[in-house]
Design a protein around this ligand. Structure first.
Ligand code: 4NP
Length: 195
């Protein structure tokens, strides 16, 4: 996994941050800071109103808990455009709220540029993965690595996908969220092994 990319930030004393390596530029009031390049993760599902906005919200929460928000950029999108602009499905928001999350992403469809912009594009099921692979094959500039979220499950190892709960019961939404929480923890530990 390539990760040791850095960029330089020129800033003043007041913008200095404790947890970054900063150096004063000789005879000036400015500092240079070496900062790790953010890893960009895009979660994908079919409609972008149930599974992927939940994965985005869970991952944001984990980044906060582990104090590593500055290392990541997180977003989600759908294969389809049917729900463009909508909040996540009410059943997933309810399920999330009971566990302390606020899922408030506005749905959008995946676009070609996402394959250039993101380091990791994370699908939920085999249909997502097949479509994403087909889209990636059409993008010569693509640098995104396609991964299946279920590959990072640690407590539900028999599960190979995060099944679509949309036509299911509240219990199906809860199960999808169980899987998402489990796999997001696994994915984060893979990306930041020192956690
Ligand atoms: P999601 O669930 O892919 O987890 O957001 C779905 C949402 C909507 C539809 C299908 C799945 N739909 O057919 O509209």
């Amino acid at each position: 996994m390539k990760s040791e990319e850095f960029f330089l930030i020129l800033h003043s004393e007041s913008q200095r941050s404790e947890n970054k390596s900063s150096f004063k530029i000789l005879n000036s009031k400015f500092f240079i800071t070496f900062a790790a390049m953010k890893k960009k993760i895009l979660f994908i599902c079919l409609g972008n109103i149930c599974r992927s906005p939940a994965a985005e919200g869970v991952m944001r929460h984990l980044l906060e808990v582990h104090n590593v928000e500055h290392l990541f950029e997180i977003d989600s999108a759908g294969i389809g455009s049917w729900h463009e602009g909508q909040l996540p499905d009410r059943r997933m928001r309810q399920c999330g709220a009971l566990r302390g999350y606020n899922f408030n992403h506005r749905a959008r469809q995946i676009r070609e540029y996402d394959f250039e912009r993101f380091d990791y594009i994370v699908g939920m099921d085999n249909e997502n993965m097949t479509t994403l692979q087909r889209m990636k094959n059409r993008q010569p500039e693509s640098r995104a690595q396609l991964i299946c979220l279920a590959n990072y499950l640690r407590n539900h190892k028999c599960q190979t996908t995060v099944p679509d709960p949309y036509y299911g019961s509240q219990r199906d939404f809860e199960f999808a969220l169980d899987l998402i929480e489990d796999a997001c923890e696994g994915l984060l530990h893979e990306l930041v092994p020192t956690l």
